[in-house]
Design a protein around this ligand. Structure first.
Ligand code: B12
Ligand code: SF4
Ligand code: SF4
Length: 305
C-alpha cells in the first residue's frame, strides 16, 4: 500500500468505528510550539498543573514518545448533549471519555492490524499530558485554535474530544489549510466572566473557571468565586458564545449520552452523599475530580444562586 492508500484506509476505518473527523500529520518536532509553551509557563499561566514542568521535550517531539514514529493520526468525536440546563459542563455529563475514546481507538487499531497482518507500533492518546493535541489536530488539517484556545472544526464547532495515535506507519499527511476562523470576532474574550483569556488565543489557566473547578485541589480564590454562576464542573461559556457552535444542524453525540446526574438541581448537588456520588457518578469524567471538590464547589454555587 502507498502512503496515500494507507491514509484513505485509516480514514475509512475511523469513520466505520464512529469518529466524526480524521486527519494525519507528519511526525516532526513542534518547533513554534516549543517557544510558545515555554513562554506560557514562564508567565505561570499553568497554575498548579505541574505536569507542564516535566517532559517538555517529549511534549513537543513525538519521536521521544514513540521512537520510530512517522505519522500522527488525529481523531475528533462529537460530545454535544441535548440537555439545556445542567450544573455540569457539557463534556462531563456522560461516561468517561478517556475510556470510551481509547476503546474506539483500540478497535480502529485492531482493524488496521488485520489489514497489515502485523502489530503496528503505536502510542494512543486522548487528553494525555504528553502531547499537544490541539496543535497536532491543526497540523492534520482538522481546524485551527480559536481565540478561546480550543480547536474549531468547520463542521463540528468545538464540542468534540481529540484523540489519536502516534504510529510508525508512513501515511500521507492530510491537507492543512490554515485560515483565520475568528476574523474580528472576540465574543469569547469579552464574555469570559473572569477575563481568563489574557490575549487572543492565550489562556491564563489560574483565572479559568474550568481550571478552578477541575484541576485546583485547594481553595478557589474569592475573585473567581464571584463569577461562578453556571457550572460546578468545567465551564462552557466561551464555547457557547462561539458562533462556530451555533449551527442548529449539528448532531448530538451517539457515544456520550448524558447520565441521570446531569439533570440534578443545585440542591441535589449540595446534599450529595459520598455513597450516592460513588453509585451515580462512578465511571464518568466528572468522577475523577472527587466527592470533596465537587460538593465544595456546589456549596459555592448554591450561595451565589
Ligand atoms: C491542560 C488542559 C486544560 C487546562 C488549560 C487549558 C488550555 N487552554 O491550555 C484547563 C484545565 C483550563 C482546561 C480547560 C478546558 N479543557 Co482542556 N486540556 C488541557 C490539555 C491536557 C493540555 C492543553 C495544553 O497543552 N495547554 C498548554 C497551552 C500552552 O496550550 P494552548 O492553550 O493550546 O496554548 C497555545 C497558545 O498559548 C499559543 N500561544 C502561546 N504564546 C503565543 C504567542 C503567539 C504570538 C501566538 C500566536 C500563540 C501563542 O500557543 C500555544 C500552543 O499552541 C488538553 C489535552 C492535550 N494533551 O492537549 C485538554 C484539552 C485542550 N481540553 C479540552 C476541553 C474540552 C476543555 C474544556 C472545554 C473543558 C470544560 N468544558 O471545562 C475547557 C476549555 C477552557 C479553555 N478555554 O481552554 C479538549 C479541547 C477540545 C477542543 N475542541 O479543542 C482537550 C484537547 C482534551 C481532549 N483530548 O479532548 N484544559
Ligand atoms: S472556560 Fe470559562 S473561565 Fe475559562 S476561558 Fe472559557 S469562559 Fe473563561
Ligand atoms: S468566539 Fe469568536 S473570537 Fe472566540 S473563538 Fe469563537 S469565533 Fe473566535
Amino acid at each position: 500500500m502507498t502512503p496515500k492508500d494507507i491514509t484513505q484506509h485509516i480514514k475509512r476505518l475511523a469513520k466505520e468505528v464512529g469518529f466524526d473527523a480524521v486527519g494525519i500529520a507528519k511526525a516532526e518536532p513542534l518547533t513554534d510550539t516549543d517557544l510558545r509553551l515555554k513562554q506560557w509557563i514562564e508567565k505561570d499561566y499553568h497554575g498548579e498543573m505541574n505536569f507542564f514542568l516535566r517532559n517538555h521535550n517529549k511534549r513537543i517531539n513525538p519521536e521521544l514518545v514513540l521512537p520510530g514514529c512517522r505519522s500522527v493520526v488525529v481523531l475528533l468525536i462529537n460530545y454535544r448533549s441535548p440537555l439545556v440546563k445542567s450544573w455540569i459542563s457539557e463534556y462531563g455529563r456522560s461516561k468517561d471519555y478517556h475510556v470510551v475514546v481509547k476503546e474506539l481507538i483500540r478497535d480502529l487499531l485492531s482493524r488496521l492490524k488485520s489489514t497489515f497482518k502485523i502489530d503496528i507500533p503505536n502510542h494512543i492518546f486522548c487528553d494525555s499530558s504528553s502531547l499537544m493535541e490541539k496543535v497536532w489536530a491543526t497540523k492534520a488539517g482538522l481546524g485551527m485554535q480559536g481565540k478561546h484556545t480550543l480547536l474549531i472544526n468547520p463542521d463540528l464547532g468545538t464540542k468534540f474530544f481529540i484523540g489519536g495515535f502516534l504510529t510508525s506507519i508512513e501515511a500521507e499527511p492530510t491537507l492543512s489549510n490554515p485560515s483565520n476562523m475568528c476574523e474580528d470576532c472576540r465574543l469569547c474574550i469579552d464574555n469570559c466572566p473572569t477575563q481568563a483569556l489574557a490575549e487572543p488565543g492565550i489562556l491564563d489557566a489560574r483565572k479559568c473557571i474550568s481550571y478552578q473547578t477541575i484541576e485546583n485541589k485547594g481553595n478557589i480564590p474569592e475573585e473567581i468565586k464571584k463569577s461562578m454562576t453556571e457550572s460546578i464542573f468545567g465551564c462552557d461559556i466561551c464555547q457557547n458564545v462561539c458562533p462556530w457552535n451555533n449551527s442548529h444542524s449539528m448532531a448530538f453525540s451517539r457515544f456520550f449520552e448524558a447520565l441521570p446526574y446531569a439533570s440534578w438541581d443545585i440542591d441535589q448537588w449540595t446534599h450529595l452523599t459520598k455513597k450516592s456520588f460513588d453509585s451515580d457518578c462512578k465511571g464518568s469524567a466528572m468522577y475523577r475530580t472527587g466527592f470533596e471538590k465537587i460538593t465544595a464547589t456546589a456549596q459555592i454555587l448554591k450561595k451565589i444562586n
